[in-house]
Structure formats: structure tokens, C-alpha cells
Design a protein around this ligand. Structure first.
Ligand code: PLP
Length: 348
């Protein structure tokens, strides 16, 4: 997305990369049992996967404590973020969100005629909920909150966010993107899903791309008020875009508590290693409860990417608040050592 973000140079061949730390993927996934389920399901690929899709929806409904009608599936949550934007902004209006934030929904909202009302994160990197609430006006069609936020990795206090969503959703729908919430300290305990159960106009997005390690398999979903999901279904049949094998892999992964816990622990350890390195070398970084960390770099993003890609390390660079930043995804500890070595060769 064209959001002060630099396109990585193609100086390194994909297969030559030593550390792929650019898309907040899980280095440990998919879970082995999900990979097996995927392979097995290929053989019934002549059939549409309605039955297994419905079974997955029922399983998610039980897990989340919502009705199946309050769930919409999609090939990754991106698809649902984009479709939500297409429907809600087809007659213009504004979307209220943080600056910086994840841009999928906002970019599509703008492309169909909407505008972006952005509110800088607070000093402690939480959402400025007071300013955002005050910013909701008669043209606001949606508030988008990414929690934890991408690209900053920071989390907003759950109690404050709950109260905010509760009040603001009386005026406009509030979309809470929880792609990284499982990785946060409190995990899904901090989810806003109970607002959906209470019948509020809150939409929650989840994905199998992060802690479940299935970014390439493309499964995600949103939870929300039935009438709002019905509106979104004007432009999508939701789960029609997900393949049978991916449905099987996701269904299996919902039972894999040990795998998910072990991913969370290993990622937290490698994140602690990375943050220690940044601290020891006086880099200024933002607090992270995710599988990525963002820190300031004393160099233009484009130049930095050229240097670090030349060392076969793939990360992302951003520019916001008039500063240059590197966002590094948390891979294995070995990958993080390759990354810190590369950064030292460039700066230290
Ligand atoms: N939301 C956030 C905040 C993300 O960072 C991403 C991907 O990086 C997504 C949604 C989309 O993920 P997917 O389409 O793989 O579910």
C-alpha cells in the first residue's frame, strides 16, 4: 500500500533470503496436523466445500460465543476488511482511524470515494480514543481500530477500548481488527467480541494468518451484528473464496492449543531478544505485544532496505511522524540473530 512505505528492492532472490521478516508471518506454522488435513482434503476437491465451511462456522461460533449468523468467513481477513470498505463507503463518508495504522480497509474506502480522518497515536502508542470519539461526525461511516496496532505493535487498554466501542457503536459501526491479539500478553481475554454478543454494532476481524501460521492458506473471519454482515454480503458470499483444503486446515488448527501456545512463547522470547538488542544499541523503539517491532532508523527507508536486502534480510521500512522506521517481524531466534547482525553492520 502506498502509505509512506517503501517497496523492497528486488536485489535478493527470494530463495536466497536468510531471514524473511517483512510480513508478520509465523515462522513455525502451519501446524503439522493442519498440513495433513489440507493434503487429505485435496482429494475431495471436485466438490464445493459448503458442508465443511458450515462446520467450521459452527465451531467458530462455539469458540467465540456468538451465533453462526454473526460470522462471515473470507479468504483471509484482508478480503473482509476490503469488502466492508466497499460497502460502507460506496456513497462517500469518512473512516476514523489511528495514524499510523493498518491500511487495507482505509485504502479501499478511499478508492471508492471515502476519506480518512486520522488521529495520531498517543505518546504511549495507544489509540487516542478521546480524539477519535470527538472526531466522529455526521459523515463518519466507520471507526477502524487495529488492536494491537500495525505497524506499531502497540496495544490499547482493553477497558478503555471496551467503553469507547460501547458508546461509539451507538452512532456508527466500530471495526476492531484483532489480527494480532492472540499474541498479546492477555491474549483473547482482551477481545471486544463480547460487544458483538451484546448486540452492539461492533465488527471484530480475526485471521488464521498469524498465530495459526497459515498466511498462505487464506482463512479469516469477521464477527458482527447480523444486519451489518447482511449489508457486507451485498458484495461477497464470504466463504465462497476459501478452498476446501484451507477450511480443513483451519478447522484442525482450532483444536491445536499446544501448538498455538508454543508459538506464542517462542515468539515472545525472540521478541525479548530483539528488544534487548535495540535497547543495548540505543535504538528508539515502540512497545510491542505482537510478532513485530518497529524502531527508528537514522536513514531513509529506501536506502536502508537496499542495504539490508543486500545482506539477504527482508524487513519493511515506514515513514510517519517525520521519522524513518524499520518494522521487523519476529521470526525464529536464529533469524533474529541474523537480523541484529545485519543491523549492526549497517549502523553500529
Ligand atoms: N489486519 C492486520 C492488522 C494485518 O496486519 C493483516 C496482515 O498483515 C491483516 C489484517 C490481513 O491478514 P490476512 O488477510 O492474511 O488475514
Amino acid at each position: 500500500y502506498k502509505f509512506n512505505e517503501f517497496t523492497p528492492p528486488i536485489t535478493a532472490k527470494e530463495e536466497e533470503l536468510k531471514a524473511i521478516l517483512r510480513a508478520n508471518e509465523n515462522p513455525y506454522g502451519p501446524p503439522p496436523k493442519s498440513a495433513e488435513a489440507f493434503q487429505k482434503e485435496v482429494f475431495t476437491g471436485n466438490r464445493y466445500a459448503w458442508k465443511t465451511l458450515n462446520d467450521l462456522v459452527d465451531k467458530i461460533a462455539k469458540k467465540e460465543g456468538v451465533k453462526p449468523e454473526q460470522i462471515m468467513m473470507g479468504p483471509g481477513s484482508s478480503d473482509l476488511l476490503e469488502k466492508t470498505a466497499m460497502v460502507l463507503f460506496q456513497n462517500g463518508g469518512n473512516v476514523v482511524s489511528a495514524d499510523p495504522s493498518y491500511m487495507s480497509l482505509i485504502v479501499v474506502a478511499k478508492s471508492v470515494g471515502g476519506s480518512w480522518k486520522s488521529y495520531k497515536l498517543l505518546e504511549d502508542s495507544q489509540h487516542d480514543l478521546d480524539a477519535m470519539e470527538a472526531g466522529v461526525d455526521e459523515n463518519t461511516k466507520l471507526v477502524y481500530i487495529c488492536n494491537p496496532n500495525n505497524p506499531t505493535g502497540s496495544i490499547t487498554d482493553a477497558k478503555k477500548l471496551y467503553d469507547f466501542c460501547s458508546r461509539v457503536s451507538e452512532k456508527v459501526p466500530v471495526f476492531v481488527d484483532e489480527a494480532y491479539l492472540d499474541l498479546s500478553e492477555n491474549g483473547l481475554k482482551d477481545s471486544m467480541v463480547s460487544l458483538v454478543t451484546e448486540g452492539k454494532d461492533v465488527i471484530i476481524a480475526r485471521t488464521f494468518s498469524k498465530i495459526h501460521g497459515m498466511a498462505g492458506l487464506r482463512v479469516g473471519y469477521i464477527l458482527g451484528k447480523e444486519s451489518t454482515l447482511n449489508k457486507i454480503s451485498e458484495v461477497t458470499r464470504g466463504g465462497m473464496g476459501i478452498t476446501g483444503p484451507s477450511i480443513a486446515a483451519a478447522t484442525t488448527s482450532l483444536d491445536g492449543h499446544d501448538f498455538l501456545e508454543s508459538c506464542k512463547t517462542k515468539i515472545a522470547d525472540a521478541r525479548a531478544y530483539t528488544i534487548d538488542y535495540l535497547k543495548d544499541n540505543n535504538f528508539s523503539y515502540l512497545p510491542s505485544e505482537t510478532n513485530f517491532v518497529i524502531f527508528e532508523i537514522p536513514m531513509e527507508g529506501k536506502d536502508f532496505l537496499e542495504k539490508i536486502y543486500a545482506k539477504k534480510v527482508a524487513v519493511r521500512a515506514f515513514k510517519f511522524w517525520d521519522k524513518n522506521w524499520c518494522r521487523v517481524s519476529i521470526g525464529t531466534l536464529d533469524e533474529m540473530k541474523i537480523f541484529t547482525q545485519a543491523v549492526s553492520e549497517i549502523f553500529v
